[in-house]
Design a protein around this ligand. Structure first.
Ligand code: AHN
Ligand code: ZN
Length: 337
């Protein structure tokens, strides 16, 4: 009896010892693999500066503070100066491309496309687009339809993300040339109830002009990304029809990046209808394969954001998280080139 107890105690202490060894080994293995993981993350994210969504949000606010940026208005003029100055302060080569246009309402204007280039001498380039004007009417509102809108999301958000990207491009040079191209007069399209004769191609006047007359002779970019309405809370982005026709591989590249860095809730692997936007002219006239990252909402009648072309498209319609999801995704695309 006594002998058995001794043996029992012995094997118990041996068991205890084994346990110590086991935990010690587990600790070593775990701490090593943790180090390896950290190193891996550091390596994949090396040289990618941080997209600051507070900064992007303030860039939306700044534009909205000018008021509606309707072509030829005082706010439009001031915002144009602000954008050019800001991009110059981030050490881009800035060109303001000007031309005369006639809008569907038979008014004449001078439009300003604002182009900011990084590493302008490289032939290997990508182009990032947004429109910087805002709509002159609130034709999808129920009140005050004749008054211009603030366009925080529609116009403001895409420009804001690109300004924040410009700030980062100045801090950390990419391996590829980058052109940030802000189109004017995208949103002066003819409304459905217009009293004027029907004008074809009344939308996207800035991109139509630039696509026929790029800011540089023989300009080419291997692909383009257009940002339009990329700031609303809970926005979702899909494989938009025109993008999927002209640049399916760019959609794949961008969506894969978004999913890799954790934004699968925003970038859905679903197709959506064709949306007439600036990228149509960049694809069909300038022949640069270009996608449109644009909110698609299956629950609204227009399939655009619920505040589209209304007076509710103000700062309340802007989410830092959405700006970040889009901004970080595009940054990762740029810095993995
Ligand atoms: C259509 O209304 C068909 N396209 C307009 C695209 C747009 C307007 N993006 C921003 N505002
Ligand atoms: Zn619009």
């Amino acid at each position: 009896m006594a002998e058995r107890e001794v043996v029992g105690r012995l094997s118990q202490s041996r068991l205890q010892f084994m346990r110590y060894i086991y935990f010690f080994c587990a600790f070593i293995i775990l701490s090593c693999s943790e180090k390896k993981d950290k190193k891996f993350i550091l390596q994949t994210e090396k040289n990618i500066p941080k997209f600051n969504s507070d900064s992007a949000y303030l860039f939306v606010q700044k534009q909205v503070n000018f008021g509606p940026r309707v072509i030829s208005s005082k706010a439009w003029e001031s915002c144009s100066e602000f954008l050019a100055k800001k991009l110059k302060s981030y050490n881009a080569d800035v060109i303001i491309q000007k031309t005369q246009i006639t809008t569907y309402d038979q008014r004449k204007h001078e439009l300003n496309n604002i182009i900011a280039s990084y590493l302008p001498n490289l032939n290997n380039r990508i182009a990032l687009f947004a429109h910087w004007d805002s709509r002159h009417i609130a034709d999808h509102d129920t009140v005050n339809q004749g008054a211009p809108i603030l366009g925080a999301n529609d116009g403001g958000s895409g420009v804001a993300v690109l300004l924040e990207i410009a700030r980062n491009l100045n801090i950390q040079k990419p391996n590829i040339g980058v052109d940030i191209i802000l189109f004017d007069a995208e949103d002066y399209g003819q409304p459905e109830n217009s009293i004027y004769p029907i004008m074809s191609n009344s939308w996207c006047l800035g991109s139509q002009y630039w696509s026929k007359n790029p800011h540089k002779k023989n300009y080419f970019a291997k692909y383009g990304i257009l940002l339009d309405m990329v700031g609303a809370k809970g926005a979702t982005f899909r494989y938009e029809g025109i993008s999927n026709y002209y640049a399916p591989n760019i959609l794949e590249k961008v969506w894969a990046k978004a999913h890799e860095i954790g934004y699968s809730n925003y970038f859905l692997y679903q197709k959506s209808a064709e949306i007439m936007d600036d990228h149509y002219y960049v694809n069909s006239i300038a022949n640069i394969p270009t996608i449109d990252i644009i909110e698609f909402d299956p629950f609204t009648e227009t399939n655009f954001n619920k505040h589209w072309h209304t007076h509710q498209d103000n700062m309340q319609n802007i989410s830092k998280e959405t700006l970040k999801a889009v901004g970080e995704t595009v940054m990762h695309v740029i810095y993995s080139e």
